[in-house]
Design a protein. Structure first.
Length: 503
């Protein structure tokens, strides 16, 4: 896929997240050439420009002699390679590199084509630098993570080449690359930026999108398992409120229930209203969907934004210092993703609680026929509750925090990478909660045989049963829950592309 930084949409980003091969288009390369030439002219003209021929941060007023500009850029990368923690997942690192290419491809950063070629070689060779996940506060950009990326191209650190982790210098030799020597402005262009935060946030968003789709399927399955009412999903109710997410979710659930024999069997029953976790799915899940959509819009814009500093304007041979590296939009987006997915898991666990409670569901206690001897889904529900509680703690917004760095020069920061990493963990936890609900919902459906669920929910039921057989007696649950959690995160259960409809 040839990518144009001026034409980025959510569908493209989703494909890049999945690992589709990509490189910048020819127009982007020409813009890069033009901006690099502008930096050469600025340096030759003797103008003092931040990060080109000055120190960094508090040292911005220190002029660097021309014969030490290469040393300046090298030292910048090495000094900023100070991260800690587990490496970023390979697919997040890959996306981070692609996002860096998109930002540089706008032609306002002043890097040479040789830098682009080196980054592209990492992608094409499936060679991912090991980038510590901790150490960025989201301004002045994701300094440490991006420094570790570039340090690898200079021969420092380690690189995962097709699953084999080796020293960066040896890896470069394997890839046929010579260690990168940075020119004026290049080090700063490469480590100023929000690409690590944005890649992490997009990972949380797209994982969350899959969790959301599976949760919609699980919620509809639970409605049928409870012999719940479909009336709350009548489009006339949601139309009167007007919230777009609510309208969409009500339609999704109504469509999933269409054709259920179980649903038809109790149309004239005496039950008036179901618990909120069943009845209010359009309102809760719809509000979550609206939040995810808003985050998707922010991150789509950010994916190809020019976020380094200073920004080079080739037409005027001018470089202007600003603050586009500040990742506050990404931090807010990541925190809203976290809150939305926290609620997705929370309402899912409440439905599990109803299904395993015979007083609420009319089904056997803990969905075990021979209860007492068998505990059934008693402890899987506890697992879901534990995950929900953990998510509540993780959902506290990171974006409201700040701590000054660089001797007070960088006195307000975004905490975007922390927000994004938390959101990704919440997505994984919510997937585990939904996995438990899928098990409970499938079990409830089985108790209504020979009545059948709808054709669409029957496919969901089959997907669950492929990983978790019908309950007959207590057994080792962990592997089945893990398998269903993985299926949710892999997009194998329910619809997977809810986002971007309004873009």
């Amino acid at each position: 896929m040839k990518i144009d930084p001026q034409r980025v949409d959510l569908a493209m980003l989703r494909r890049l997240w999945r690992g589709e091969a990509a490189s910048l288009d020819d127009a982007s390369i020409q813009r890069i050439i033009d901006s690099a030439a502008a930096v050469e002219r600025i340096v030759a003209g003797g103008e003092t420009v931040y990060g080109v021929n000055t120190g960094f941060g508090l040292l911005a007023n220190t002029r660097i002699p021309d014969d030490r500009l290469a040393e300046l850029q090298t030292n910048l990368i090495l000094s900023h390679s100070a991260g800690l923690g587990d490496p970023l997942p390979r697919h997040v690192t890959r996306l981070m590199i692609v996002l860096k290419l998109l930002g540089l491809g706008r032609g306002y950063s002043g890097v040479r084509p040789i830098v682009i070629e080196a980054l592209q070689r990492l992608i094409d060779s499936n060679a991912m630098p090991l980038i510590p996940s901790q150490g960025s506060v989201g301004a002045s950009g994701d300094l440490a993570p991006l420094a570790h990326l570039i340090a690898a191209l200079m021969g420092y650190g380690r690189i995962d080449v097709d699953g084999e982790i080796i020293g960066a210098a040896e890896a470069l030799e394997q890839l046929g690359l010579v260690p990168l020597q940075l020119g004026p402005k290049e080090g700063l262009a490469l480590i100023n930026g929000t690409q690590a935060s944005t890649a992490l946030a997009l990972d949380a968003l797209f994982s969350g999108e899959r969790v959301f789709g599976a949760a919609i399927a699980a919620g509809a399955l639970s409605v049928d398992a409870l012999k719940g009412s479909a009336k709350p999903f009548d489009p006339r109710i949601s139309a009167l409120r007007g919230q777009p997410g609510q309208i969409r979710v009500a339609a999704f659930i109504q469509d999933l229930l269409e054709g259920s024999e179980i649903l038809v069997s109790h149309v004239k029953c005496s039950r008036v209203q179901d618990p909120y976790s069943f009845r209010c799915q359009p309102q809760v899940m719809g509000a979550s969907l609206d939040l995810l959509e808003n985050a998707a819009r922010t991150l789509t814009i950010e994916a190809a934004a020019v976020t380094d500093n200073p920004i080079v304007f080739p037409q005027e041979d001018t470089a202007i210092s600003g603050g586009n590296f500040h990742a506050q939009p990404v931090a807010f987006a990541a925190d809203t993703i976290a809150m939305a997915l926290c609620e997705v898991g929370s309402i899912s666990e409440r439905r599990v609680s109803v299904l395993v409670d015979p007083k609420m569901s009319g089904l056997p206690a803990f969905l075990a026929e021979d209860s007492g001897v068998n505990s059934g889904l008693m402890i899987p529900q506890v697992t879901a509750a534990a995950l929900v509680s953990e998510n509540k703690t993780l959902a506290f917004p990171a974006s409201v925090d700040s701590i000054p760095t660089s001797a007070g020069q960088e006195d307000h920061v975004s905490m975007a990478p922390i927000a994004a990493r938390k959101a990704a963990q919440i997505a994984r936890n919510a997937a585990g909660v939904v996995a438990v609900e899928l098990m409970a919902g499938a079990e409830g459906i089985d108790y209504h045989a020979p009545l059948t669920t709808s054709p669409k929910l029957a496919r969901i039921h089959a997907a669950v049963r492929a990983r978790s057989p019908h309950f007959t007696a207590d057994r080792y649950w962990a592997d089945e829950i893990t398998a269903l959690q993985a299926a949710v995160l892999a997009g194998e259960i329910g619809s997977t592309e809810f986002l971007g409809a309004s873009q």
